[in-house]
Write a protein that binds this ligand. Structure first.
Ligand code: TYD
Length: 139
């Protein structure tokens, strides 16, 4: 799939249906999200000042959504970094494989929903930044 780049980590806007009763957003596997969703998890009860992430994945695709509140995600391909501020529940950030991510600056009550292309596998993680930089610079 070529070398990973933060330019592939794009913001996806999901359909939003609003009427006087409120808003509804839906997400369809392989349609609005460019992979089959095999796992969903969420981060909540996040204390002030907490930092999450701090790893990359070898194969996993993810979409990260601020389903409540807001937070920042810094994506890093080993050459360039970009900060995305997520604060709307109808937007998600696509994270492709081999992207180091740091998630922080959580607002109080923030909920971070993650849609993932694979079941959980610790073997898919790169948890050392040094190892990530080495792997990112090796074609
Ligand atoms: P981790 O992915 O390191 O969290 P974050 O990136 O949000 O900081 O996961 C934290 C712990 O939870 C780790 O021990 C692995 C475990 N875990 C699972 O068992 N299943 C899962 O689907 C996920 C995402 C994590």
């Amino acid at each position: 799939m070529g070398i990973a780049t933060i330019n592939d980590c794009r913001v996806i806007e999901f359909p939003k249906i609003s009427d006087p009763r409120g808003s509804l957003t839906f997400i369809e596997s392989t349609q609005t999200v460019p992979f089959e969703i095999r796992r969903v998890y969420y981060l909540y009860d996040i204390p002030g000042g907490a930092e999450r992430g701090g790893h990359a994945h070898k194969q996993l695709f993810q979409v990260i959504i601020a389903i409540a509140g807001s937070f920042d995600i810094v994506v890093d391909d080993g050459r360039e970094k970009r900060l995305h501020h997520l604060n709307r529940s109808f937007r998600g950030l696509l994270l492709t494989p081999m992207i180091w991510r740091e998630i922080g600056n959580f607002s109080s009550g923030a909920v971070c929903l993650v849609l993932a292309s694979e079941h959980y596998s610790e073997a898919d993680y790169i948890r050392s930044y040094e190892e990530f930089i080495h792997a990112a610079s090796t074609p």
